[in-house]
Design a protein around this ligand. Structure first.
Ligand SMILES: O=C(O)CCC(=O)C(=O)O
Length: 206
């Protein structure tokens, strides 16, 4: 059964039930990872809408006590700000309904990133600005566009885990993951089309 159906001039954008096909992996140290392939139907249509309507900007990021350019474009929607597309609003509602009881609060902010090609990337980091520096949290990420590699590694060292995230997939990092693990989207040497990632976080977590 479809949880939600949104119509547009092109392909239909629909959200399938979050829990159907969702698999949780315990990473250790209280961190976990949920993966739900193909959560969003009509991901191509939504990619086109967001690519054209989001006011994409270059981004700088504090990393290892320096501020560095991040090779990708981004746009951040704080809590209470109107979102660029009704489908993104629907996603936030569905994710809050699913993860809110476990997290104890809704997902509120929305970050969007545009990786223009395989040269765009984000280096190893945890989302540890704000409360996530000290407390468990949830960061949910929806992928649209090209398939990219998503890497995770324990902060103290240890083998990395590698996932391929494709259009419509939902990946959720939870528990201590932002403090005890790091994640990255590495550059790709293969010809790679653009990818958009949509990140949903509770307030005061970045
Ligand atoms: O693009 C992604 O899937 C990862 C995004 C990310 O790690 C971030 O913006 O902090």
């Amino acid at each position: 059964m479809l949880q939600d159906t949104l119509f547009s001039a092109g392909e239909e954008v629909l959200l399938r039930p979050v829990s159907e096909g969702l698999a949780r992996t315990a990473l250790g140290q209280g961190a976990w990872l949920d993966f739900r392939p193909g959560w969003v139907g009509g991901a191509g249509e939504l990619f086109t809408r967001l690519e054209n309507t989001v006011p994409w900007r270059s981004e700088r990021r504090a990393m290892y006590e320096r501020v560095v350019d991040v090779p990708r474009l981004a746009c951040f929607y704080d809590a209470g700000v109107s979102l660029p597309d009704p489908a993104v609003e629907e996603m936030r509602g569905a994710l809050s309904a699913h993860y809110g009881p476990e997290l104890g609060e809704p997902l509120e902010t929305v970050g969007l990133c545009l990786y223009r090609d395989g040269n765009d990337s984000v280096a190893w980091h945890g989302d540890r600005i704000g409360r996530s520096a000290h407390a468990d949290t949830v960061v949910a990420i929806v992928s649209l566009g090209a398939t990219r590699r998503f890497l995770l590694r324990p902060r103290g060292g240890g083998p990395a885990r590698r996932l391929e995230v494709s259009a419509g997939d939902l990946l959720v990092m939870g528990g201590s993951c932002q403090r005890t693990w790091e994640h990255a989207i590495p550059k790709s040497r293969r010809p790679t089309g653009p990818r958009i990632s949509i990140q949903f976080r509770p307030h005061d977590v970045r």
